[in-house]
Design a protein around this ligand. Structure first.
Ligand SMILES: [Zn+2]
Length: 216
């Protein structure tokens, strides 16, 4: 048997090896290209899906048009969303809706809001979004208002109310093409301590805005 010796490659063989190495390199870079494209497509679809904000489930219980809670005046525009608290611990959405409705008989004051969110996270829609509410003083003419129920004097929203508020505000931001810097507290309009917990705790308000942003 002949011992295995080192065989010198011919020019033709060297050329063939160079071609094979070149082909492997091309294949390698092509595969990286395909994988990168695939990842970008998946990310793109993910981003598109994320941009859809589901319309929150709301119960329409429009107030009767009256000069104490639903003046029937058209909004000039929607340039912001104003968050409030009811300042009535333990009251639910229906209680607050009925209070606004009854103002047309009691004439106690002029107050209302577009939405009230209850302690179970239920959302009552009280005034059409092209009409003015009586909630936010000088900003009544160009904002949507949301009253939130709360269990106790601290004014902190429970999880159900909070989660519904985040969804509703995110949906409104999308609908009216507003960024989260247009989401404000009643406090930011007049200095009134409303919504109390989120005036007392600036960090909680900032966290709320972040939670809304994460939905957009
Ligand atoms: Zn308020």
């Amino acid at each position: 048997m002949a011992a295995k010796g080192k065989k010198k490659l011919t020019k033709k063989e060297k050329r063939r090896i160079r071609i094979i190495v070149f082909q492997i390199a091309i294949l390698f870079f092509a595969m990286i290209g395909v994988i990168t494209t695939f990842v970008l497509i998946v990310k793109g679809i993910g981003a598109l899906v994320k941009k859809e904000v589901a319309e929150p489930g709301v119960t329409e219980e429009f107030l009767t048009v009256n000069s104490y809670s639903r003046p029937g005046i058209k909004l000039d525009a929607v340039n912001g969303i104003v968050v409030h608290y009811t300042a009535n611990p333990g009251s639910n959405a229906q209680d607050n809706r009925d209070y606004f409705e009854n103002l047309r008989f009691t004439h106690k004051t002029k107050v209302s809001s577009h939405y009230v969110i209850g302690l179970d996270g239920e959302i009552l829609w009280l005034i059409p979004l092209d009409e003015m509410s009586y909630a936010s003083n000088s900003r009544n003419s160009d904002t949507i208002s949301i009253e939130c129920c709360h269990p106790d004097e601290s004014g902190m929203f429970n999880d159900a109310t909070y989660n519904s508020l985040v969804n509703l505000v995110a949906w409104l931001c999308k609908k009216f093409n507003l960024s989260t810097d247009k989401v404000i507290r009643h406090y930011d309009v007049t200095g009134k301590i409303c919504p109390k917990y989120y005036v007392d705790h600036e960090d909680a308000w900032q966290k709320f805005l972040e939670d809304v942003q994460s939905k957009l």
